[in-house]
Write a new protein. Structure first.
Length: 407
């Protein structure tokens, strides 16, 4: 058992090292630059978001790159939703959904875009935001730079809106900070497609026109769009300067439901797209993006299984062989300490790289460095629950936090 565990750990590390070399075989860059956009639309799914929508609308109004508030589209599901009156007060447009039996953010966006198409309203660029977001004053201005560079899709820097409310919120938000710092930064530099995370992104208008809507309706429409962009050689980029603030769940239970949906959506979409990827690898300019996505989380899963087998062997030795109790206990402590220290160092480095911008107090940053590894570890239990559960559905996470930047 222990030998098998060691073999799996070694194999997983070898795959990860090999991928670092292979992914450089990628040349998926924009073919030509664009002029500045003239017409921009902001799409905001906002069912029952009256407690937070005003902060977002205010931040849109204060953009250094002005946006016409009539082109800000608030998507609700009921005429009784108090979000409507707030949106109208700010001069935004409201679209009330008809097909409310179709439950997902992707369906809401698709329905709104189709309403605009029927009115023959087309835009150069479409931004997708969540109602609980707040934009930095230069968000649109900085996103415009990526659009002019020619990128089909761009995603911004996701900061924490309410990370100081609880250690759960801080750790949940750091998931995206960690993703951008360790994954999307590298992918952008290697001309690979970045991982899109649901909000704070733009899509070029010619794509929306080509799709006749927004054809991504899975549990994780953002990951589905990520895979679609790889398959079709769309160009995407991560823009660190385009910052926005996002509310995170304060309570652990909410993060479990949220992450179960993400994980189930991840595997559902891979089941659909991976066979298509395997058919288009040869001489593909997006080879690095596609091969890395085919490999996906496999080396990390092998690594986790390998470590689990090594740990399990030590536990068996402790209880079956009394003479090995002390040595096995020391081995267990050593294994967990090494893993924990590696995670602490990685999180500390990410926080240090964002020290001037991260919306977390110094005290919460220190707490997050030591607690976040434990929070990240619970992704394993969330994955087990998501894969074991027969049906995973979209569940609304309540948004209640008003905007407050750290002093």
């Amino acid at each position: 058992m222990e030998i098998l565990g060691v073999i799996l750990v070694v194999v997983s590390l070898e795959i990860l090292l090999l991928m670092k070399v292979i992914v450089f075989k990628n040349e998926n860059l924009p073919e030509e630059k664009r002029k500045s956009f003239k017409k921009a639309c902001i799409l905001i799914p906002a069912r029952d978001e009256s407690l937070v929508i005003e902060d977002l609308l205010n931040s849109i109004k204060e953009q250094t790159r002005p946006i016409n508030m009539e082109d800000v589209v608030i998507i609700v599901e009921s005429e009784e939703d108090p979000t409507i009156q707030i949106a109208k007060k700010w001069g935004a447009r409201v679209i009330i959904r008809v097909n409310t039996n179709l439950k997902s953010k992707g369906y809401a966006i698709d329905e709104a875009i189709n309403d605009l198409i029927r009115e023959k309203k087309f835009y150069d660029i479409y931004f997708i935001l969540d109602a609980d977001n707040v934009l930095d004053k230069d968000f649109i201005k900085n996103m415009e730079k990526s659009y002019i560079e020619g990128y089909d899709i761009g995603t911004g820097e996701r900061n924490l809106k309410n990370g100081n409310d609880s250690i759960i919120a801080a750790s949940s938000g750091l998931t995206f900070t960690f993703l951008n710092a360790n994954v999307n930064t590298r992918k952008s530099s290697q001309t690979r497609n970045v991982i899109l995370s649901g909000t704070g992104l733009y899509i070029a208008g010619d794509l929306i026109k080509k799709w006749h809507g927004f054809p991504f309706h899975s549990l994780t429409e953002d990951y589905e769009l990520t895979l679609y962009s790889m398959l079709n050689n769309l160009t995407s980029t991560y823009n660190k300067e385009a910052m926005f603030y996002d509310e995170q769940p304060i309570y652990y239970k909410n993060t479990v439901n949220q992450r179960m949906r993400w994980i189930r959506g991840y595997f559902d979409n891979r089941k659909k797209y991976i066979p298509l990827f395997k058919k288009c690898l040869k001489n593909n300019i997006n080879y690095g993006s596609i091969i890395s996505e085919i490999v996906g989380m496999k080396p990390y899963i092998l690594l986790i299984i390998g470590v689990f087998l090594i740990v399990l062997k030590q536990i068996i030795n402790m209880f079956l062989f009394k003479g090995l109790f002390v040595n096995s206990l020391i081995n267990l402590i050593t294994i967990f300490t090494i893993i924990y220290l590696i995670m602490i160092i990685k999180i500390a480095l990410v926080l240090n790289s964002r020290k001037d911008t991260i919306n977390l107090s110094k005290n919460m940053q220190i707490k997050a460095i030591f607690f976040s590894p434990l929070f990240f570890f619970t992704y394993i239990t969330c994955a087990i629950k998501a894969l074991a559960k027969k049906t995973v559905t979209w569940e609304k996470v309540p948004h209640v936090s008003r905007w407050k930047k750290k002093d």
